[in-house]
Design a protein around this ligand. Structure first.
Ligand code: PMP
Length: 423
């Protein structure tokens, strides 16, 4: 096992290193991660060398692009330890993966009187599709409360997940709290009442080893862009038996076996049944390049960034806690580098805008989790989200600038800004 070298890892990310006017401290990785050269080059390489539609033509170029496209599916299968390559469906992202399950599974298998169980810490992408489904079929949404540290409270599972429950959709890691939910217990409880489970892995996939067979969840969803891959590519993992019995989501080319005006149209086999139309071929292939690039750095890799991420998160969290005018949403170190807080006497957006003027990119607002904000009694918060390409020096700079914004006593002049920026 060789040591993770944050500086050499960072060199692969041109956006971070190429800013001309001002140093960029990118602390918005929960929204999307920056892309390594390997991904950027892969997109351009695809269009320069093998651009052709997949699965259709008999010519060599199409064979090449199909091979690369399907190899990417195999890499995702390995990443999440799916049992069968047919269980890996390409989508546009986490949001589309959830909508697919909602419409293809939910509309057929849920009905009036059924419960859909979520937690209070879900992203809107894992709330609104279920609300719409509940309305369509007459189901009820029930919610798992959070415990004192911000995790789905396992002591409430028996109360919320009852015989009426037909589906549990739970985030693996909250995009606001950075807490890794006890999904094993949630899945086990759901199974005990015969409910299907969907795990939103959007925030987990870049930080933890995900083994869908060990988890034994029915569906697991995530987006490539949170894992250093391109935007517009997502994954739906589903157990084959379930996917087989689901109706198609969108329809058109690619997802059919036969189309006729005389006989009934028949559908393609998995995974193509759920992949109507021309997919994001370049994006999928570039995602495979992201996975190849990341291989040594992932939690299972030889130069894993996990320990470094943990240290950096704790370092940043401890520094923030020490500022007495900040209120953390929960008083314990998050499981990934996602740290959220409010500032007494200041609007969240004022703070994030002030930080931005020093080149520090954080996010302020409700973070697509309005029910969580309501649950916690805040209108919004500031979220710092770290990646292993971030450094301890960047955290120091951020804390220094944050303190200077909060305290007029600290020198906040243009020259101080400049010297801080050069720090
Ligand atoms: N779930 C969680 C927990 C997320 O953090 C996000 C993205 N912020 C999503 C779902 C939606 O992902 P996407 O926008 O890539 O579809």
């Amino acid at each position: 096992m060789s040591r993770f070298e944050p500086n050499s890892f960072r060199q692969h990310f041109p956006v971070i290193n190429n800013q001309q006017d001002q140093k960029l401290v990118y602390f918005d990785n929960g929204a999307t991660t920056q892309k390594p050269n390997a991904v950027i080059e892969s997109v351009s390489q695809y269009y320069q060398c093998i651009n052709a539609n997949v699965h259709r033509a008999s010519h060599q170029l199409s064979a090449k692009s199909t091979l690369a496209f399907e190899k990417a599916r195999e890499q995702v299968k390995q990443l999440i330890n799916a049992n069968d390559i047919k269980e890996v469906i390409w989508t546009k992202g986490t949001t589309e993966s959830i909508n697919l399950v909602c419409q293809s599974y939910g509309d057929s298998y849920l009905s009036a009187g059924d419960d859909i169980v979520l937690t209070y810490a879900e992203h809107h992408a894992n709330i609104v599709p279920w609300q719409l489904l509940a309305k369509r079929v007459g189901a009820t949404i029930k919610l798992i409360p959070l415990d004192k540290d911000g995790y789905a409270d396992i002591n409430c599972l028996d109360e919320v997940i009852t015989e009426n429950c037909k589906l549990v959709a739970c985030t693996h890691v909250s995009n606001v709290l950075g807490k890794k939910n006890p999904i094993e217990a949630v899945i086990a409880k759901a199974k005990s009442v015969g409910a299907v489970t969907l795990i939103d892995g959007a925030q987990a996939i870049a930080h933890f080893t995900v083994d869908v067979q060990a988890l034994d969840c029915d569906f697991y969803v995530f987006s490539a862009h949170k894992l250093y891959g391109p935007t517009g590519v997502g994954v739906l993992y589903g157990k084959r038996a379930l996917l087989e019995k689901m109706t198609p989501y969108q329809s058109g080319g690619e997802m059919i076996k036969t189309v006729s005006f005389n006989d009934e149209t028949t559908f393609n086999s998995l995974p193509f049944k759920f992949e109507a139309g021309t997919p994001n071929i370049a994006g999928v292939i570039a995602f495979a390049s992201a996975l190849e690039f990341l291989q040594p750095y992932l939690p299972s890799g030889k130069q894993s960034f996990s320990a470094y991420e943990k240290q950096l998160t704790k370092y940043c969290y401890d520094k923030l806690v020490a500022i007495d005018t900040l209120d953390m949403l929960f008083n314990s170190v998050p499981d990934i580098g996602v740290i959220s807080f409010t500032v007494q006497g200041h609007h969240n957006h004022d703070i994030s805008t002030a930080l931005d003027s020093y080149g520090i990119a954080v996010r302020a607002g409700h973070h697509c989790a309005m029910p969580l904000m309501e649950y916690l009694g805040v209108s919004g918060c500031i979220r710092v989200s770290l990646s292993p390409y971030n450094s301890f020096d960047e955290v120091d700079y951020f804390i220094y600038i944050l303190k200077s914004i909060l305290s007029p006593a600290v020198d906040n002049t243009a020259s101080a800004k400049q010297s801080a920026a050069n720090n």
